[in-house]
Design a protein around this ligand. Sequence first.
Ligand code: 48H
Length: 259
Amino acid sequence: MLDDTKVSELIIDEYFKKLKSSLHLDAAIVGAGPSGLVAATLLARDGFNVAVYESKLAPGGGMWGGGMMFNEIVIQREALDILKMFNVRLKEHDNGYYTCDSVECTSALINSAVNSKVKLFNLVKVVDTVFKDDAVCGLVINWTPVEHMGLHVDPITVYSKVVMDATGHPAELANTLVRKAGVKLNTPSGGFEGERPMNAEVGERQTVENTKEIYNNFFVSGMAANGVCGGFRMGPIFGGMLLSGQKAYGLMKERIKRG
Ligand code: 48H
């Protein structure tokens, strides 16, 4: 006989364990797109306590839809090793181009993150940073539906040694940090530069170059890095996002270890 309330009890207990063990994190990553998922998985595989917050129901960001909803994506040679780590099948084409099924690739990144013990909180929107002693030291979170409905419900706070904005094109968290804390970022003007038009060649390179610590304990990856630092967009080629996640992993790991 199935006890209906036992089902409820198990869900409540397991969720609260996950939530409670995420109050003091090593790394808090905002956005479960490709760059955030790669960075989170690699950190978690090294034993760090990592959580990813995703405002939508489904993690995966902009990778599911391929290019204009044609669910294939293009990857360049430089990023192949990363996809191999995540067991994604690739098809080789001329001149160093590869393609893969965007649904397979996105679900593989999500699956690897959860398998590596990343705590993945979907339907949770990050609405602010915690700011102390000129550094970012945590996140302010709320349920996405609360934010969407404009309900006057206060959010809750988590602490983290490092925080990363992986929110894609809007670079939401970096925007909020500049607006509310009035800080000078590690960007050419010290402010928010804004994303530039399409140029795949340059945009892909810049995504990786722009992946960095832009304020104390505060990192940017993927399209958010290009938004903050003034990089070009690149369309449905995803090698740069994966490489950005890998670079962010290395930088955050070093920062956590330095303390
Ligand atoms: C919680 C949030 C919040 C918030 C947003 O856009 P993404 O896929 O991110 P990237 O940078 O890893 O990948 C970018 C890529 O998908 C892309 O858009 C490309 C290559 N574009 C090129 C072009 O020319 O258009 O994922 C970001 C995720 C999304 O799932 C959001 O829902 C989520 O972040 N998010 N989650 N709290 N405040 N804001």
